[in-house]
Design a protein around this ligand. Structure first.
Ligand code: ATP
Ligand code: MG
Length: 332
């Protein structure tokens, strides 16, 4: 069974529809055919200032949402990044192989640092892709399910693996992207040219997995649509309508062409109403199950401890290989 690893940050109050369609749904499918590791990357979340109590809550909530969406701890290892200290050690070694210019070209850093302003931008946000490379390479990961927004970071990960292997001899598996077949990117409902993101300035355009069904319906009804009134899929001319069609199609399984035909001569209001129904039907069970899981934090923590132990079993071996290759002496 090929190994997959994927992760999300416990930033923002909760996961959103983009995380669900772009990632979680694939994770659930992949655990049938792959040796899967799913991580909550809490260290990455420290790149934005977060209240410690909030971070604890969010880490548990994120893990609960993985489970609620269908990640099965019997088949997949579910763990917190900070419970496996090997991640940060490998990140240091990899950062010494990363060019400053290379890191500076990461578009997500440029986007996020612009959004946060230079005051709030920290070195952690800059080196984030290196820690992400460590997350992946630490487990001899073969495939990484990532959304479109993470492709550049995965490219860097592959470059670092190849560079390390070239310099020190074959050590790392060079991972491949596993792109979800449909809906690689869900756009923000209020700004359909931007991706739906946990760290967006406003949550008006974000469908949170924990939003009450009424709130979900309202956000979709208020989605920014485009001039004209025809329901057609056209990313350049009609990004708002296109986003709604993509969301509908991804959740209902109905093809975009069929949807266009069905909504011909009907207008945006009808489309929004139906998209809201489809989204609520998909997400409400996830929300309910998440709340149940959060009712028993001790059980959740035990599950995470178990996942971390399994993860450390793999990470320890890979890191030992790295230490030896680069010339770090073993502690006698
Ligand atoms: P942040 O704004 O804090 O970076 P995020 O919303 O981008 O948060 P991440 O934790 O960075 O979420 O990403 C988790 C996973 O969700 C990744 O696999 C990413 O590709 C996917 N993902 C994030 N946003 C979207 C989106 N709008 N559409 C599809 N997939 C997405
Ligand atoms: Mg992101």
């Amino acid at each position: 069974r090929p190994r997959v690893l994927s992760a999300m940050q416990p930033t923002g109050a909760s996961l959103h529809l983009g995380n669900y369609l772009g990632a979680l749904r694939q994770w659930v499918a992949l655990q049938d055919t792959h040796d899967a590791l799913y991580c909550v990357v809490d260290l990455h979340a420290l790149t934005v200032q977060v209240d410690p109590a909030d971070l604890r809550d969010r880490s548990r909530r994120t893990a609960a949402q993985y489970l609620a969406a269908g990640v099965d701890p019997e088949r997949a290892s579910l763990f917190l990044q900070s419970h496996v200290p090997e991640h940060t050690e490998l990140a240091w070694v990899l950062s010494c192989l990363t060019g400053f210019g290379e890191a500076s070209r990461m578009t997500q850093f440029k986007d996020k640092s612009q959004r946060h302003g230079s005051e709030a931008t920290n070195v952690g946000l800059f080196t984030y892709p290196v820690l992400m490379a460590a997350d992946i390479l630490l487990y001899d990961t073969e495939r990484v399910p990532v959304g479109d927004d993470q492709r550049q970071h995965l490219e860097l990960t592959r470059d670092l693996a190849q560079r390390f292997n070239g310099r020190y001899g074959r050590t790392f598996v060079v991972p491949q992207a596993h792109l979800p077949s449909a809906t690689a990117r869900v756009a923000d409902l209020q700004d359909p040219t931007a991706k739906m993101s946990k760290s967006a300035a406003s949550t008006a355009g974000l469908v949170d997995l924990m939003d009450d069904p009424k709130v979900v319906a309202k956000k979709i009804r208020s989605a920014v649509t485009d001039t004209g009134r025809e329901v057609v899929h056209d990313r350049a001319a009609k990004p708002g309508v296109t986003n709604l069609l993509d969301i509908h199609s991804a959740l209902s399984g109905e093809g975009v062409a069929e949807l266009e035909a069905r909504f011909a001569g009907r207008g945006y209001g009808d489309l929004k109403k139906e998209v809201a129904d489809v989204v609520v039907a998909a997400l409400d069970p996830v929300r309910t199950r998440t709340l149940e899981l959060l009712d028993d934090p001790a059980q959740l923590d035990a599950l995470l401890a178990d996942g971390a132990e399994r993860a450390r079993g793999i990470a320890g071996d890979v890191l030992a290989r790295v230490r030896e290759r680069v010339g770090l002496l073993p502690a006698a």
